[in-house]
Design a protein. Structure first.
Ligand SMILES: CC(C)(COP(=O)(O)OP(=O)(O)OC[C@H]1O[C@@H](n2cnc3c(N)ncnc32)[C@H](O)[C@@H]1OP(=O)(O)O)[C@@H](O)C(=O)NCCC(=O)NCCS
Length: 170
């Protein structure tokens, strides 16, 4: 069977998955020079992961927004460097969009010098809102999901073709 991206929720007690999430988080922070290693990991409400060949290749941590009603907020999203650009981030956001029943908005803050993330959020239909912060853009899109996060189904997405060689060809 052809490889696919599988997206599902992670159980809070699934230590192995959280260790892999931390690895991807750390790999991305080293590359981007970030400092918020534990923020999302400690406080999120939902963790969504994407797997290829049963290995976690991306994650997003989400929280019910404390400041805005009816809002599901992205605390972190990151994709394994070797699997960027093949649709992993989009697959996870599509999953969130389909499972955010009860929420009206899906929001994220994006660092101003993070061009990949800015393009990614714009491509996914997020628009800027509110006042621009000093270092970040706030992005939001409307959602109207039929399912909530208690849905335990695994969702499947195709892997987009990427020009250069990746782990997928090994
Ligand atoms: C941002 C990020 C999550 C995107 O995930 P991804 O799986 O690589 O993205 P996808 O393959 O689903 O790409 C979807 C669209 O996003 C945009 N995009 C993704 N990476 C991009 C890049 N490096 N430059 C410009 N646009 C990019 C493109 O429009 C792309 O559509 P296309 O392939 O049809 O051109 C990923 O680059 C990442 O992990 N970055 C480091 C961590 C981070 O910055 N997180 C965001 C914090 S707010």
């Amino acid at each position: 069977m052809e490889d696919v991206i599988k997206v599902c929720l992670v159980n809070r007690k699934d230590r192995e998955s959280y260790e892999r999430i931390e690895d991807i988080n750390l790999e991305n922070l080293v590359r981007n020079g970030g400092t918020l290693r534990f923020e999302g990991i400690l406080y999120h409400d939902y963790a969504v992961v994407a797997k290829i060949k049963d290995r976690i290749v991306g994650y997003t941590l989400l929280a019910k927004n404390f400041f805005l009603d009816d809002d599901i907020y992205v605390m972190q999203i990151a994709v394994d460097n070797k699997f960027k650009g093949v649709g992993v981030g989009s697959a996870m956001y599509d999953y969130v969009e389909k499972h955010s029943k009860g929420f009206k908005h899906f929001t994220a803050n994006v660092n101003k010098n993070n061009i990949a993330s800015k393009c990614f959020h714009e491509k996914f239909g997020f628009s800027p809102f509110g006042e621009e912060g000093n270092t970040q853009y706030s992005y939001s899109k409307k959602v109207n999901a039929k399912k909530d996060f208690s849905d335990k189904e695994v969702y499947f997405y195709p892997i987009k073709k990427k020009e250069h060689e990746s782990e997928l060809s090994k």
